[in-house]
Design a protein around this ligand. Structure first.
Ligand SMILES: *Cc1c(COP(=O)(O)O)cnc(C)c1O
Length: 397
């Protein structure tokens, strides 16, 4: 059982700040700076090119992949890391389409993160064989599954509202119609228990800079189910996914296992940062984390609804169909969030009117939730947000 009163001390959190944005960029583990410095000086500095073998750089993507795999219920040896999530979405989707060559439709939903939809549009355009990206409202996905669909591509937890799809039920319904699934776990990995193997998921992807605290620019992960790996064409067929990269063959031959989903040189310094974060994650019980996330989110919703009648809950009320974030609507949401940030309570804003708060039990506790509610209540009561400095939009919201 994870003791969440102890994990908070493992993170560097600025004095007085309540950070409810670990769903967007996780905070810095205290061990990260020394871990990265060691890789820079002892490995890059002293080992130079021999670091690929001596320091295990080449093995990092799959070694770290397995540690992430434990958090998402993947079979061992079926997760690897590299590139960014948008790239891994493209790769998983291209590979999934290949498994259903006679069908023409990719189904997704309008709650998906735009980059996933953009990557799908780009792929459809490049393949040029009459494929179509079809999007329906999130609640209509189940009813829209039909036998003309090649791939169902969904993000499990909606980045704006926290609404969560039933991965087990949708995967089963998709399989019943011969549809291959691609699950994006960007807002699931490190946020709630996920059971890829138990759900029979086909492909999954996600990022490591959100809940997993790997740092800005940390690599993405990709999962391919054991039953598919031998028949998966990696689409992005880079040299490090080749069966024998250092044979320098002129012809591509996919590597065995998940290694084939690698593309190019791994980001070694980012992997070192992620390694430090995984030292923390290695001992976290995901069931306990999910339960504590619900305790914190429920306390926040109750506190806000009791003190801020003008804010309207944008997330599902049932915690079992909600990820580890809570969102509220308000027409002045941007200004309110800026006023809150000025008081050291950090959430974020998503157009058109959503204020978003992430709950991350590793470093947020019930006291923090109480203080965040008090700040928000004061801002709403005194209309503190109604000042010009809170209304100018920055480039990154
Ligand atoms: C955060 C996020 C991304 C971001 O992709 P990057 O390539 O890492 O910038 C993509 N998809 C989803 C669902 C996300 O939540």
């Amino acid at each position: 059982m994870t003791d969440f009163s102890k994990t908070k001390d493992l993170f560097h959190l600025p004095e007085g700040m309540i950070y409810l944005d670990g769903n967007s960029l996780g905070p810095l583990p205290k061990a990260t700076a020394a871990r990265v410095a060691k890789t820079v000086t002892d490995e890059w500095g002293d080992l130079l090119i021999t670091g690929w073998n001596k320091a295990g750089w080449m093995a990092q993507p799959t070694a770290l992949g397995d540690r992430i795999g434990r958090l998402i219920g993947a079979e061992e040896g079926h997760v690897t890391l590299g590139d960014t999530l948008s790239i891994k979405v493209y790769q998983a989707l291209a590979s999934a389409i290949d498994l259903n060559p006679d069908r023409k439709v990719i189904l997704s939903d309008t709650g998906n993160f735009p980059s996933d939809l953009y990557m799908a549009e780009g792929l459809v355009g490049s393949l040029g064989r009459g494929l179509e990206l079809r999007t329906v409202a999130p609640e209509d996905v189940l009813g829209a599954l039909s036998s003309d669909i090649a791939v169902l591509m969904l993000t499990q937890v909606d980045y704006r509202t926290g609404r969560m799809h039933d991965m087990a039920a949708l995967t089963k319904a998709a399989h019943d119609k011969g549809i291959v699934t691609v699950w994006d776990l960007a807002h699931s990995a490190g946020a709630l228990p996920v059971d890829l193997a138990g759900c029979g998921a086909d492909f999954a992807v996600g990022c490591t800079y959100k809940y997993l605290n790997g740092g800005p620019g940390a690599p993405a992960f990709i999962y391919v189910a054991p039953r598919h790996i031998a028949g998966t064409r990696p689409a992005l067929s880079g040299w490090l996914g080749h069966a024998a990269p250092f044979a320098f063959d002129l012809d591509y031959r996919a590597g065995t296992g998940i290694e084939r989903m690698r593309v190019g040189t791994p980001p070694v310094l980012q992997m070192a940062a992620l390694d430090a974060a995984m030292e923390i994650w290695d001992s976290v019980d995901m069931g306990a984390l999910g339960a504590q996330s619900i305790v914190l989110s429920e306390a926040f919703i109750a506190g806000v609804e009791a003190t801020c009648p003008d804010l309207q809950l944008a997330s599902p009320r049932d915690p079992n169909i909600r990820g580890s974030q809570v969102s509220f609507h308000h027409a002045e949401g941007y200004a309110i969030m800026q006023a809150l940030i000025a008081q050291g309570v950090i959430g974020d804003f998503r157009a058109p009117d959503i204020m978003r708060f992430g709950f991350t039990p590793l470093f947020i506790d019930e006291d923090d939730v109480g203080r965040a509610v008090d700040s928000l209540a004061g801002i709403m009561r005194d209309k503190t947000w109604d000042q010009p400095q809170f209304k100018t939009r920055a480039a990154v919201t």
